[in-house]
Design a protein around this ligand. Structure first.
Ligand code: ADP
Length: 299
């Protein structure tokens, strides 16, 4: 892929240590399931998104927080190894780095519980300092609603909102989102029901400038005030779907990188669908984008 000159993408979001267990099925209430692993790997939706954006060719600055522990230092090293600038990552004394407990089943699906740890300590000054001068600010709600509100207010460029998880944000924040990116489940949560045209329904419900809804294997739908469309998913044979953890993060990071490079929303969605489809063929939440020749990332 040819890389065009582009502005800086600042990602405000979660940084976690992922603890991954592969099991035949997810545990039910009160149940213990024994599986393979654990694999302990770098993660967090924000950090994964930042890595995907960097792999797609963007200059990326990460804004977030880790604890003053080995896990936190490992996250910073892992980001730096992926050419993500970590100047916006704060180390909080006396706080644990966030942890995601992930169970992956043979169909490639996952279930995740996150202990937020230091992610809950991101402050307004942290966000404002990091966002100054960015071409694209991508806020991801794993660090809470307020940091996304602060990021929107501080953003002088294009504001991209990853509403994962869905949290109540200020109306002004939603109105600046260009686009807000969410998956089908999150879209139904925002709209209050499953919609035939989820992107248009989220657009109406949020007042965002644009919306992108990811549709798993079916690709993604997008809408802005003027037009809308769908990009079909890339067919990945069921046997080749190894792990869908982080497919959305790969999608959103690639999308932000392409928007920073000047692509139209439709073209950026098209590239992001292709990158995310490639990512589900590999284990772990950080998989190659299209720009790195298919070299395996972590784990
Ligand atoms: P999330 O990971 O946030 O739940 P999705 O499941 O919608 O998000 O996946 C995000 C993107 O990853 C999709 O838009 C699609 O491009 C790609 N993707 C996910 N699952 C598959 C799959 N089984 N086959 C091909 N592409 C997939």
């Amino acid at each position: 892929m040819t890389l065009e000159p582009q502005g800086v993408v600042v990602v405000v979001g979660g940084i976690n240590q992922d603890v991954v267990v592969r099991a035949e099925r997810r545990p039910g209430a009160g149940e213990t399931v024994v599986g393979d692993g654990p694999a302990v790997v770098p993660g967090g939706k924000g950090a994964n998104t930042a890595v995907a954006a960097a792999r797609a060719g963007a200059s990326v600055v990460m804004c977030g927080a880790v604890g003053d522990d080995d896990a936190g230092r490992a996250q910073v090293v892992a980001l730096a190894a992926e050419h993500v600038d970590t100047r916006g990552v704060r180390e909080r004394v006396g706080t644990a780095t966030g942890v995601a407990m992930i169970v992956v089943t043979p169909d490639g699906e996952n279930s995740i519980a996150v202990g937020r740890g230091a992610n809950a300590t991101v402050t307004g000054p942290d966000v404002r300092r990091a966002c100054a001068g960015a071409a694209v600010v991508l806020a991801q709600t794993e660090v809470g609603a307020e940091p996304a509100d602060w990021a929107a207010a501080a953003c002088a460029g294009r504001f991209v909102l990853s509403l994962a998880p869905v949290l109540p944000l200020r109306a002004e924040t939603l109105a600046l989102a260009d686009p807000v990116v969410l998956n089908e489940t999150e879209a139904a949560e925002v709209v209050g029901r499953a919609a035939d045209d989820p992107a248009a329904a989220v657009l109406a419900a949020t007042g965002a400038r644009a919306v992108v809804v990811t549709l798993g294997a079916r690709g993604a739908a997008w809408a802005d005030g003027a037009s809308s469309g769908r990009v079909a998913g890339h067919l990945v044979a069921a046997d080749d779907v190894v792990d869908t953890t982080g497919a959305g993060d790969c999608f959103t990071g690639t999308l932000a990188a392409r928007l920073a490079a000047g692509d139209s929303l439709e073209l950026a969605v098209t590239v992001a669908v292709a990158a995310a489809a490639e990512s589900v063929r590999r284990p772990g939440a950080r998989r190659p984008g299209l720009s790195d020749g298919g070299q395996s990332g972590t784990p």
